[in-house]
Design a protein around this ligand. Structure first.
Ligand SMILES: *[C@@H]1O[C@H](CO)[C@@H](O)[C@H](O)[C@H]1NC(C)=O
Length: 379
């Protein structure tokens, strides 16, 4: 782990452990000298928990995550070693940083861009919390903490160190306790409707795309998820409810993060595959495919892009420019320049097509119901 990651990791851990002490007051303002020192601390930010009691209530009452176990997740298992988060990739200087807790139960991801931070913190958070309280089985990723930087810092101002981090459940939990060979048999898919125009993929070999969209490449799932009719209907109904609040708040470009591992890992001589912490739900603990081959897990990730964000507007202009210059064929909307209700339709349509159930004659069919309507392209 490099110096930058280590300092960011230290800031995150400090925020988690500091605020577990009773003295913590989430609204307390640090003194002037502390603020000046904090400003010049380049990578190490004075992070604090944003609305700590709100997230604590979610963890405790809605998701039934034990507080002590949660805090212990951030500690190294061996007392002799200093605690560090585990860095799992850093996408460039101003890109996202990604960590897991030492026990890999939780992921910590930075929100590097200002519009993502303000969108989640000021707009989506309240509807998100309300939705989660009413839908304990929601497939929106469980965000267990939001860490932010209450004072201005030079590092954050220059974009050197991200000022917002979300802590969330890791639905890959269980993988790291499998043997090396078994770990290779786990697969992950970050899925978005792939009929959109992705300039990072579709134009000039991606050389014209802004750096900020390059990391948003999508995966393709070439197989089908084979489950029962009831399981499929429950999944679609849940995703439909979940994406409704995203649409209502104008979010686009979120993805279905799907994990699968061979079901025989559960029947192997060793222990069963561990499941993510907290109150279980079917698609978190894992749904076994009809043929008994795979265990599937799935959640909705990355819902921090608003259609009305400045960046999305700029990119809408970019798509229009591509079309005006006739760079190749006419381009449809991008996933981040489309409208939120159209994105939702395509997102649900993607899942509908991907999940296959037996038809009444016993043959598998992916299209029991008519596929979701696809409105005409809008750009
Ligand atoms: C939630 O908090 C209450 C009160 O502190 C506690 O008794 C209960 O055990 C907590 N629930 C979980 C799942 O930790």
């Amino acid at each position: 782990m490099g110096r930058r990651d280590r300092l960011i990791s230290t800031s995150i851990l400090r925020a988690i452990f500091r605020s577990t002490s009773p003295r913590n007051d989430e609204r307390a303002r640090p003194g002037l000298l502390a603020r000046i020192c904090a400003f010049f601390a380049f990578f190490s930010l004075g992070l604090a928990r944003y609305r700590a009691s709100l997230f604590k209530k979610l963890r405790n009452e809605t998701w039934e995550i034990e507080e002590e176990e949660y805090t212990e997740s951030f500690r190294s298992p061996s007392k002799s070693k200093r605690t560090d988060l585990v860095a799992i990739g850093d996408l460039g200087y101003s890109g996202s940083t990604f960590f897991t807790t030492p026990n890999s139960k939780y992921l910590i991801k930075s929100l590097p861009r200002h519009f993502e931070q303000t969108f989640f913190r000021d707009r989506l958070l309240d509807p998100y919390v309300e939705h989660m309280e009413l839908n304990a089985d929601s497939l929106l990723v469980r965000i267990t903490d939001l860490l932010y930087c209450p004072t201005a810092t030079l590092g954050a101002a220059l974009g050197a160190a991200p000022s917002h981090h979300i802590v969330m459940e890791n639905i890959l939990y269980g993988k790291s306790s499998c043997s090396k060979d078994q770990q290779k048999r786990w697969e992950t898919f970050d899925l978005k409707p792939n009929d959109y125009f992705y300039p990072e993929r579709d134009v000039a070999g991606g050389r014209l795309a802004p750096e900020s969209v390059k990391e948003r490449l999508i995966d393709e799932f070439k197989d089908k998820v084979r489950v029962t009719i009831d399981q499929k209907e429950e999944l679609i109904a849940q995703l439909s409810q979940d994406s409704k609040i995203l649409q209502a708040n104008n979010a686009v470009d979120y993805s279905l993060f799907m994990v699968r591992y061979p079901a025989d890992l559960n029947s192997a001589d060793n222990d069963k595959v561990l499941t993510p912490p907290g109150r279980g739900s079917a698609w978190r603990t894992g749904v076994v495919s009809r043929d008994g081959k795979w265990v599937y897990r799935a959640i909705i990730l990355d819902f921090f892009w608003a259609k009305d964000a400045l960046q999305a507007q700029t990119l809408t202009g970019l798509v229009k420019l591509f079309n005006a210059l006739k760079l190749g064929k006419d381009h449809g909307p991008m996933s981040i320049t489309t409208t939120s209700d159209e994105y939702r339709q395509r997102f649900l349509g993607m899942v509908e097509d991907m999940v296959e159930v037996p038809d009444s004659a016993g043959r598998p069919s992916g299209e029991l119901r008519s596929p979701a309507p696809m409105p005409a392209d809008l750009v």
